[in-house]
Design a protein around this ligand. Structure first.
Ligand SMILES: Nc1ncnc2c1ncn2[C@@H]1O[C@H](COP(=O)(O)OP(=O)(O)OP(=O)(O)O)[C@@H](O)[C@H]1O
Ligand SMILES: [Mg+2]
Length: 225
């Protein structure tokens, strides 16, 4: 067991995971807690290179097994280089997606054998699980619309927005993924905290903060170290 706190964000495309992960990170930092924000796939130099391969729209020939192993390789690097060492110092790690996404996307979405994914994930993470996982619940269509709008804004010269190989899969796939997340939550209800993501950013951030607060008594703030 580690001394820190490992918090992840999951949910369908455009639910607001990155937005809320950043808000939580900033609030923890402002409150004086040792915290890092990271994301999957990526978060390390090697992991970000793997991410580029995974999301490239040209890579239509990628075999499902390749996809699974690349996600897992990026995860293995992130866990060993960043997450485990930081948790060992008693810090808080906020991660935008983690292993649950593999089960939802490659397992339920692409129909890969769940037991096989468990073995691969165990190898990649050494069994490291989040202490708390937020599930941002949103209709698949609304989430994809949010991303479309972000993309249009970016094409008009706004903030850059990403539309990648995995987003481009069909609606039925995204619905299977969502069903997968619901199944995963049923298996470990104590770890998950589901929230209605079709609410203003500030309100969601407030609900997330209230769920995290009770866990903070085990973390020593930076000033008192
Ligand atoms: N609560 C919200 N209400 C309305 N729009 C939102 C909300 N949260 C985020 N957005 C907007 O929706 C888009 C997607 O948000 P964000 O990137 O945080 O989602 P995500 O879940 O990380 O998506 P992805 O699956 O692409 O990683 C962004 O343009 C963001 O500004
Ligand atoms: Mg995101």
């Amino acid at each position: 067991m580690h001394r820190g706190l490992f918090i992840t964000f999951e949910g369908p495309e455009g639910a607001g995971k990155s937005t809320q992960a950043r808000r939580l990170y900033e609030r923890l930092q402002a409150a004086g807690y040792p915290v890092i924000l990271t994301r999957e796939p990526g978060g390390t130099r090697i992991g970000e290179l793997i991410r580029r391969i995974l999301i490239d729209l040209r890579h239509t020939e990628m075999a499902p097994t390749t996809e699974i192993l690349l996600f897992s390789a990026a995860r293995a690097q992130l866990v060993s280089e960043l997450i485990r060492p930081y948790l060992a110092t008693g810090g808080i790690v906020v991660c935008d997606r983690y292993a649950d996404s593999t089960f939802a996307y490659q397992g339920y979405g692409l129909g890969r054998d769940l037991e096989e994914l468990r073995v691969i994930t165990e190898v990649a993470t050494g069994g490291l699980k989040p202490d708390l996982t937020f599930y941002l619940q949103i209709d698949v269509e609304i989430g994809l619309q949010r991303k479309q709008h972000a993309r249009e804004r970016s094409e008009r010269g706004g903030q850059p927005a990403e539309w990648n190989r995995l987003d481009a899969r069909d609606l039925a796939y995204h619905r299977r993924v969502m069903h997968g997340f619901v199944e995963l939550m049923k298996q470990e209800p104590e770890r998950w905290h589901a929230l209605d993501a079709d609410q203003p950013v500030d309100e969601l951030a407030e609900q997330i903060w209230h769920a995290v607060m009770p866990l903070l008594d085990r973390i020593t703030p930076l000033a008192t170290r």
